[in-house]
Design a protein around this ligand. Structure first.
Ligand SMILES: NC(=O)c1ccc[n+]([C@@H]2O[C@H](COP(=O)([O-])OP(=O)(O)OC[C@H]3O[C@@H](n4cnc5c(N)ncnc54)[C@H](O)[C@@H]3O)[C@@H](O)[C@H]2O)c1
Length: 255
């Protein structure tokens, strides 16, 4: 799908990878609405405050976008949060409230955004040579495939989102809507800005090549490629410089 003249929603578009996606789609000529629960949208983008973990909030925000702009053609389903904790330690079981919160945002939240947006995409007019009605790009993670020690909830959510990418592609193919995903490795965004430098150095050293953090624009370039390429459907693209995370980092295990 050519983004020019189309309407995109980017969840978490006020920071990091989502912000990169907003800039890219604006540059490609789209109208872009950031749905975020905090921060300010990039210049040129519209903004509707929304907590993706709250279905009422998602429903209202998607309704607002439809009222303002009509059809919604693209979704970068990107908002997410981090969180660490072993399933159990000598001190006790993991914090299940934290576990539920990460699942509520990263999995249930991503699902309810995809559900409410794709429901509207179904009634879009077909566009382009293939008669596409919509394109969704989920933001997964390399933790979708290799969850490290301490990453129960994040891995559960991101692994499920990677698996759901194909299921949603199958659910929506009859409506000419495609669903793909990007699975980034270590990206230099505010989410990871407070991590200790030793930890970051070790993570980046795990890349094959190049040994550096990815950028929001590299994420956005892949997302744009997935939007523009009709034959790619149900696919999860790793964006990780060849990294395959080990069970644990030396830093996290105190070695
Ligand atoms: N940074 C990385 O290394 C990395 C790697 C792999 C995957 N990811 C994923 O990429 C996505 C974006 O992460 P980022 O690094 O840009 O983080 P970030 O913290 O810079 O940005 C996340 C944005 O999502 C918003 N958000 C969080 N919870 C929300 C909610 N409940 N409702 C609405 N908005 C909400 C935040 O306000 C923020 O604007 C996340 O899904 C994250 O899991 C990040």
């Amino acid at each position: 799908m050519d983004p020019s003249g189309k309407v995109a929603i980017v969840t978490g578009g006020n920071s990091g990878l989502g912000e990169g996606g907003v800039h890219r789609l604006l540059g490609a000529g789209a109208t872009v609405v950031s749905l975020d629960r905090a921060g300010k949208p990039p210049m040129g983008a519209d903004f509707i405050e929304c907590d993706v973990g709250d279905e009422g909030s998602v429903n209202a925000a998607v309704q607002h976008v439809a009222d303002r702009y009509g059809e919604i053609h693209m979704l970068l389903n990107n908002a997410g949060i981090g969180g660490l904790g072993a399933v159990a330690t000598p001190e006790g079981p993991c914090d299940m409230a934290q576990f539920r919160n990460i699942i509520a945002v990263n999995l249930v939240g991503a699902t309810q955004v995809a559900a409410h947006v794709s429901h509207r995409m179904i009634s879009n007019k077909p566009t382009g040579p293939d008669g596409e009605r919509g394109v969704i790009v989920n933001t997964c993670s390399i933790a979708s495939f290799e969850g490290q020690e301490g990453m129960s909830a994040y891995t559960a959510a991101k692994a499920a989102l990677a698996a759901l990418t194909l299921v949603w592609a199958r659910d929506l193919s009859r409506h000419a809507i495609r669903v793909n995903a990007v699975a980034p490795g270590f990206m230099g965004t505010p989410m990871v800005a407070s991590l200790p430098p030793d930890f970051v150095a070790e993570l980046v050293d795990g890349n094959e090549f190049p040994k550096r953090a990815g950028t929001a624009d590299e994420y956005a370039a892949v997302a744009e490629f997935l939007i523009r390429t009709p034959l790619i459907n149900g696919e999860v693209v790793r964006l990780d410089a060849g990294a395959r995370p080990p069970a644990r980092t030396k830093w996290a295990s105190g070695a």
